[in-house]
Design a protein around this ligand. Structure first.
Ligand code: ZN
Ligand code: ZN
Ligand code: ZN
Length: 375
């Protein structure tokens, strides 16, 4: 239990104070109830943990923010500049009604916005304590803050991107015929940490027919010569920002004759989407840039997901690169570009890089070549 690892780095108090101020301004009269997780980490520097006992940051429309936390969980927030931030720490013990404490802080708010991933237990507890307040999702408010990354956040994404690139550069050490996906995945998992992540968040090794299932994780399937293998991996660096990168490998010459021509279409589609990124274009136009190439080559029905997702403290966050999202891209937005072509029962391929919108174009966080990696 007692692991003396260093606590994750916390942004400067001035940065956090500005985020709290912007949260209140963006909420525009709505009270905010922020659950443990990435929203809390973004606003006060630590994610905390979500349990049956209520921990929450309450940001009332007027008045000081308060971190309501069970007394026994309070040490988990040691070392944060909470006093500097003007955040009052309100501890509670069992037998106290914590929803009452939150409701008192929120006063007469007519609307209360709760973090998207708040457990229903706490949402309904709060509703009972504030029966007259309308409850709405905090997602649309918080995403306005989190979607545009500042220079330090982009640095952390760069660091994560370089770290996962180093792991992809080593995949040939582990991916061989006769080994299972799970064995290869365990080696990749260890390398994700060795190469500079705080932990591995996910490891997908989709070999042969499993590569046609985009979110296949790992299995006992034994890798065979001729397999095409989708390797999609990532995790957070110490600052909390995530990597997420996919490359497609072939174990020797692919057994299916259609791999190289199909892969060429995928590579062209991924590049077309990256090349289309700049401020002012819509998220859906980036999706269309990839999809048009794939559909034009006759593979439209085999590209079964959106082109990408935003990334930051969460692996999946706004902005989503999907048809119907007419959000105009702005400098600092970070997201994946990850088209795939999935031949059910045979093989699949995906190429995924994280990119950041710059003042006049795009900066990829991942620099590994996009070619099919033949081992
Ligand atoms: Zn995914
Ligand atoms: Zn991925
Ligand atoms: Zn992704």
């Amino acid at each position: 239990m007692a692991r003396h690892s260093a606590l994750p780095p916390v942004p400067d108090a001035a940065v956090l104070r500005a985020r709290l101020d912007r949260a209140r301004a963006t909420a525009a009269g709505t009270g905010l109830v922020i659950a443990p997780g990435s929203d809390l980490r973004y606003l006060i520097g630590r994610a905390g943990g979500s349990f049956e006992r209520l921990t929450t940051l309450v940001i009332p429309a007027d008045g000081a923010p308060a971190l309501i936390v069970p007394k026994l969980e309070a040490p988990g927030f040691d070392g944060l500049p909470l006093a500097d931030l003007g955040v009052e720490v309100v501890t509670w013990v069992d037998s106290v009604d914590p929803y009452r404490l939150a409701a008192d802080r929120l006063g007469g708010s007519e609307r209360v916005a709760v973090s998207d991933f708040t457990p229903a237990l706490h949402v309904l507890g709060l509703r009972e304590a504030l029966p007259k307040a309308e409850q709405v999702l905090a997602g649309p408010i918080v995403r306005e803050l989190r979607m545009r990354k500042d220079a330090a956040e982009i640095d952390a994404l760069r660091k994560a991107g370089a770290a996962i690139d180093r792991v992809h550069a080593r995949v040939g050490e582990w991916l061989r015929p006769g080994r299972t996906e799970a064995e290869v995945g365990a080696d990749i998992d260890a390398a994700i940490v060795e190469e500079g992540h705080a932990e591995a968040d996910f490891v997908i090794v989709g070999s042969g027919p499993n590569g046609a299932s985009p979110h296949h994780a790992l299995s006992g399937r034994v890798i065979e010569a001729g397999d095409v293998v989708v390797v999609d991996i990532g995790g957070p660096v110490a600052e909390g920002y995530n990597s997420d990168s996919t490359r497609t490998y072939a174990v020797g010459t692919p057994r299916d004759a259609d791999v190289s021509a199909t892969y060429a279409v995928l590579q062209q589609a991924q590049q077309a989407a990256v090349d289309a990124v700049r401020p002012g274009v819509t998220a859906e136009s980036i999706d269309a840039a990839a999809r048009d190439v794939i559909a034009g080559a006759g593979f439209g029905e085999y590209f079964i997901h959106r082109t990408g997702h935003g990334i930051g403290l969460d692996v999946h966050e706004d902005p989503y690169i999907v048809a119907g999202n007419d959000l105009a891209l702005e400098p600092g937005m970070a997201f994946s570009i990850e088209p795939g072509i999935y031949q059910a029962g045979r093989w699949g391929a995906r190429i995924e890089d994280i990119v950041v919108v710059t003042e006049d174009g795009v900066e990829p966080m991942n620099k590994q070549p996009h070619d099919l990696v033949v081992l």
